[in-house]
Design a protein around this ligand. Sequence first.
Ligand code: GRG
Length: 297
Amino acid sequence: MTIPSFSTFAKKSKQLIEQQLHTYVGVLESPTVLKESMEYSLQAGGKRIRPLLLFATLDAFSKDIERGLPVACALEMIHTYSLIHDDLPCMDDDDLRRGKPTNHKVFGEDIATLAGDALLTYAFQVIATMNHKEVTSEQKVALLAELATSAGAEGMIAGQVADMQAEGKELKKEELEYIHRNKTGKLLVFPVVAGAILAGATQKEIATLKEFSELLGLAFQIKDDILDVEGTEEQIGKRVGSDETNEKSTYVSLHSLAGAKEILATTLVKAKESLNSLQVDARYLYDICELVGNREN
Ligand code: GRG
């Protein structure tokens, strides 16, 4: 059997996730405007790197990627809710996200807030009710607990609060790392751990994959900081709303552009090294390291 190239795998992953997210919203018996608002942000052109990480991990253990589809959709719902809420006037007050009007600009603050709430809760419903012959109830509970921890007060929300408190301050390296480890990192670690749980990986394998994804999450953030100063004007325009950069410490402000690039390269090397100890063929996870290092948006 021919092994699909990484670009074929990534394309299939994106198609699958977008189709299934559409189906999940479609089957909801909810007010039309709520469904439209959820769908608007779910289908607004995200890169889908989190689902790709989950599918690549399943593939490493020779498992079909369909078994991870509900969990990948749930994760993308939580990621999307975080972006909708982050753009609200009470948070970053952004007009554009991914180059398009933000959810509250189109649907109003009330509906945007509720669409975010609905996406957050629907994510847990989707995992709790998923039906795959190979996925046990124990695995579902483990996934729900892991997702709640990653997205909640000990994860993404903790990072967001620390980030807000850091506004206007010059941060130490450890403080910046805390923010990124939680705000961005936890939702990049989750898909890898989730893929490993779904594949029935051993605790040792899960620990190795966690180490890998923590490094990858860090690299993702460093690259983000680099793109914020290095992108073309058009790209930076499209990125407006992806983060506030002016008054915040970043890897570039702490280490200079050249320093940040060096840390990025070293972090990606370490991430790949951590994969080397696994007894599986994690080819697409190596490819994702390249993707993170070379991405342009
Ligand atoms: C719940 C209000 C609230 C906030 C949670 C995650 C987060 C904190 C806010 C989102 C804003 C932000 C810019 C976070 C940094 C992480 C980041 C670069 C997110 C964008 O992820 P991508 O690049 O987005 O994967 P796409 O558009 O491709 O889906």
